[in-house]
Write a new protein. Structure first.
Length: 136
């Protein structure tokens, strides 16, 4: 969990909030990481409100445009599973494709290294590496 928080804390605030709004599962760790990174509360709140408004408008728009068709699909036995799969498969495919492309370009850092990053013993600055955090 500390490694996840460390990676999230290193992200720019706008990317962190947008990722949290797109994937609700990472919202709590993302917001905790924003707090650990020391982002100003007003700036954080502005990004959260803006992304929530855009997300709400998109979801309401989708409901208006295709809500009637989805209601018929949900009435079928197992319709919710079919709808979930219809959304999950393209999202997962896109995620894997982007991950493969970024790994090929060398943009994603290797997180498998367990070598700690040393900090100067007299430094009063916040550790920049999750491996140097005291709870690690």
């Amino acid at each position: 969990m500390a490694a996840v928080l460390g990676r999230l804390a290193g992200m720019p605030l706008h990317r962190l909030v947008i990722a949290a709004k797109l994937v609700d599962v990472i919202a709590l760790p993302a917001f905790v990481a924003a707090g650990l990174a020391g982002f100003p509360y007003r700036r954080f709140l502005a990004w959260v409100v803006a992304t929530a408004a855009v997300r709400g408008l998109i979801l309401i728009g989708l409901g208006v445009l295709i809500g009637d068709r989805l209601a018929g699909l949900l009435a079928l036995p197992g319709g919710i599973l079919l709808l979930t799969a219809a959304v999950a498969v393209p999202v997962l495919s896109l995620h894997l494709l982007l991950k493969r492309l970024l790994l090929r370009k060398g943009k994603l850092p290797c997180v498998s290294s367990s070598a700690p990053t040393p900090t100067h013993p007299t430094s009063t600055a916040r550790p920049i590496s999750p491996s140097a955090w005291p709870w690690h």
